[in-house]
Design a binder for this molecule. Sequence first.
Ligand SMILES: Nc1ncnc2c1ncn2[C@@H]1O[C@H](COP(=O)(O)OP(=O)(O)OP(=O)(O)O)[C@@H](O)[C@H]1O
Ligand SMILES: [Mg+2]
Length: 274
Amino acid sequence: MLDAGRTDETLLEVNNIEVIYNHVILVLKGVSLSVPKGGITALLGGNGAGKTTTLKAVSNLLHSERGEVTKGSIHYRGDRIQELDPAALVKRGVIQVMEGRHCFEHLTVEENLLTGAYTRADGSANIARDLEMVYDYFPRLKERRKSQAGYTSGGEQQMVAMGRALMSRPETILLDEPSMGLAPQLVEQIFEIVKSINEKEGVSFLLAEQNTNVALKYAHYGYILESGRVVMDGPAAELRENPDVKEFYLGMSDDGRKSFRDVRSYRRRKRWLS
Ligand SMILES: Nc1ncnc2c1ncn2[C@@H]1O[C@H](COP(=O)(O)OP(=O)(O)OP(=O)(O)O)[C@@H](O)[C@H]1O
Ligand SMILES: [Mg+2]
């Protein structure tokens, strides 16, 4: 049984990709995943696991980092997309929200949002309507719409980055580390908005997160990456109950989440899943 809103139609299919930086640094060692239409798919893993690299491989943003997909394939709706530039990908409905937000600091919040509509040719009335849709999801941005983006808070900038992506009317959003640097309450708020965008607009998400706890609460399906390999995947509800995931990523100790360092050194001893 699928959750409400999800279908069994596959949008994105990443098949066994390898990514190399600077011709020598092998970072992804055969990563495969798929993103169904209407789902929230989480890409989990610690620092340096390869989450951002995977998203950038999909949206063809590796060249500027001297990175290259050297093996495997990436398809969207059955079409090979590896040679498409990011703008062409946006036209097909796939947009990335980068890690660290990346607003245009000197533009206002509203001007930032409008830059998200630059590939659209369906007229200013539709764009104005979607701006109101973004403000419905992010009332805070409406209040701050005339503020210079560079002077807004981290949470507001995350909202601007997500709102700008929505302005392209995407089918799929690749969302990189939305929780980064935000207070727990704000993280929940951002994920609640992701959930309602998913449910009401039918937007599919592939979201990269170190915060396994919150990601598995909102995602339908998850992949866990370690050192450039998928070490486990499954429905989010199953991953949440998996003993290894609980121990290593959810930190089920009495005082809440274990620090990553504890988990890491323990993992070295146990060498799980190897
Ligand atoms: N431009 C680059 N050149 C060389 N190595 C890189 C480059 N970008 C990333 N790496 C390396 O690739 C590995 C994966 O990095 P990546 O940023 O994809 O991880 P991540 O899972 O997104 O981590 P984080 O949670 O810290 O954002 C790391 O070892 C990193 O040092
Ligand atoms: Mg990253």
